[in-house]
Write a protein that binds this ligand. Sequence first.
Ligand code: ACO
Length: 330
Amino acid sequence: MPLRKVGITGTGSYVPEDKITNADLAKMVDTSDEWITTRTGIKERRRAKPGQATSDLAYQASVRALEAANCSADELDAIILGTITPDMNFPSTACFLQKKLMAVNASAQDISAACCGFIYALRTARALGATGDANKVLIVSAETLTKYTNYEDRGSCVLFGDGAGAAVIEPTDNSTEILDTWARADGYSEAAMSMVLRNGGSQSPFSQEALDNKEHLIIIRGREVYKFAVVRMSELIRDAAARQNVPVTDIDWIVPHQANLRILQGVAERAGYPVERFYINLQKYGNSSGASVGIALDEAVRDGSIKDDHLVLLCAFGGGLTWASATIRW
Ligand code: ACO
């Protein structure tokens, strides 16, 4: 059977109301608005309320994506949810989301690919749609990183925020089409441990000692991640353009993982792509891991930046290590 053409028919996003500004952080650790702004570009980020779980954020983003796609929850064949901050170790956060949506005809699964969660989910959804194993697939990436942030570590606490991005993927007759996806991982080198949350899994179950050592919180080696990000993201862009047989400048918009403005400036320079055509909203939300690409994509669609027929590239790097891209004709 020939593979079917699959596209994105609706997007949605959600960020919690509560904000953490750079001034708020300067009251918690030895930092300043000036340092955070010049080193990262971030001005503020969002924080989920104590009772707000990852699936609650995912639900809000999903409702918006379903509405945009004119799709009801019971039409969904599959839910694929990227997160590194799940509601519980199990059941999957996708199952909690399924219940909130009452998507009673869908399979539900999580994907753990850190900041690449949205693109890894999209890649899997495209395969399900192309083969005919599913028709309508909801992809979501949602994170509540602020619940796992060490607010005594100035090197990481200034970066993270919460949010969710979603999209409906399905076979389509109109011009929109996911043309290409690419994903890789490096779990084998020493660099794989440059972003970790050590405690709470089978290797290190919860313990008082781990809590005292703050091993239940995120640890990153920022500088190492920075170098990896610049090299891998610029390769992703050049390789994605080459697979379409076009120069990188033919890509109308790049929607990147929103980690750090300086990383994106470095990537743009190395890839030979104008930084003005990166869709950037990290100043408002910080790094919301896998959610960031989904949120930025939804904002770019809703504010009219992305228009019909545009060539759009999503790209990300993250913990694992992972890196991934998706090229879409809008
Ligand atoms: N305020 C003031 N000073 C700070 C702060 C801060 N918030 N953080 C670090 N510094 C200091 C350091 O202590 C160091 O001081 P020293 O020279 O006296 O030792 C100095 O600033 C420079 O530190 P670097 O770590 O070299 O600073 P850098 O320019 O690399 O910026 C940053 C650090 C922002 C973390 C950057 O490396 C970065 O963005 N890396 C990528 C991180 C990332 O995006 N990770 C994503 C993964 S998240 C995930 O997967 C869930």
